[in-house]
Design a protein around this ligand. Structure first.
Ligand SMILES: [Cu+2]
Length: 128
């Protein structure tokens, strides 16, 4: 299946991009699971203002397949990096209400970092 090959490529790319970040244990990727109802979403609000980032490594629990939405208000460019498997990177620009949605397919700890600010805003404990 081409989709399987695509996931493999993303995992490989993620491994390369993750160099220099806090590393997490490598785990095999699984196929995308069914998404629960939207009301089940975990929403994380992130604010970057005058060099100050909040929250600061808040610990949150989530489930495999649960929709996770990060809402960003920022006054600068940055790069949001989700250390899941495969990992995901979202560009942040100055502006309010930037929304990034994803699900995590592999249980474990998932750090969410801002690369330019060099901050971890949240760590998800994702259960299967
Ligand atoms: Cu990172």
């Amino acid at each position: 299946m081409s989709s399987v090959r695509r996931w493999g490529a993303l995992v490989l790319l993620g491994g390369l991009l993750a160099t220099g970040c806090a590393s997490s244990d490598p785990a095999p990727a699984t196929s995308t699971t069914a998404v629960a109802g939207a009301s089940d979403s975990l929403v994380i609000t992130v604010r970057i203002a005058a060099g100050v980032v909040s929250p600061a490594d808040v610990r949150l629990e989530a489930r495999v397949g649960q929709p996770i939405e990060i809402v960003v208000d920022s006054d600068t460019d940055d790069e949001l990096h989700v250390h899941a498997t495969p990992d995901r990177t979202f560009p942040i620009i100055p502006g309010a209400g930037q929304r990034f949605r994803f699900t995590v397919d592999v249980p474990g700890r998932v750090e969410i970092e801002l690369h330019h600010a060099r901050r971890t805003v949240a760590t998800l404990l994702v259960r299967g």
